[in-house]
Design a protein around this ligand. Structure first.
Ligand code: FES
Length: 152
């Protein structure tokens, strides 16, 4: 894709976001935000019954074109692939920038990776809670502040 095609693809995701909804049932609701601007993306995450893979994910949010388009691109990708949870945790922020179009989003890495950082935080919280429940403990309360600072 050339730069113009990358821009058009991002605009299409921004105007017609994929998986912009609240899934039900959901295992983890994880808010994430870019402290520099206040833009937000909340990720809804559900794992497969055996806890090994993503079963479904969705988002809602408000913010700049790149942050919201990147969330839509990411949700489309993970819902198609339904990757193992460790693969989500291993996803690289640089790959996300490449996937969106480095030329187009390179100056806005925080916008481009807001959704990925939030999805990773959701997966980590899900894994911790699964361990807690296996050991007879209640799930963690809260979790609103654990989306990581994402820097590429
Ligand atoms: Fe806020 Fe892009 S300017 S996430």
């Amino acid at each position: 894709m050339d730069r113009q095609e990358q821009i058009e693809a991002l605009l299409d995701h921004f105007r017609n976001p994929r998986n912009r909804q609240v899934i039900d049932p959901v295992d983890v609701t994880m808010p994430g935000g870019n402290p520099g601007c206040g833009d937000v993306v909340t990720i809804y995450f559900r794992a497969t019954e055996d806890g090994g893979r993503l079963d479904a994910a969705s988002f809602v949010g408000n913010g700049c074109t790149i942050s919201q388009a990147a969330a839509s691109v990411l949700m489309e990708m993970v819902n198609e692939r339904r990757p193992p949870l460790e693969d989500i945790l291993a996803m690289d922020y640089e790959d996300m920038v490449d996937h969106l179009g480095r030329e187009t989003v390179n100056s806005r890495p925080r916008c481009a990776t807001l959704a990925l950082g939030t999805l990773k935080a959701a997966v980590r919280r899900y894994s911790r809670n699964r361990l807690r429940v296996e050991h007879g403990l209640p799930p963690e309360p809260g979790g609103e502040d654990e989306a990581e600072e994402f820097l590429v």
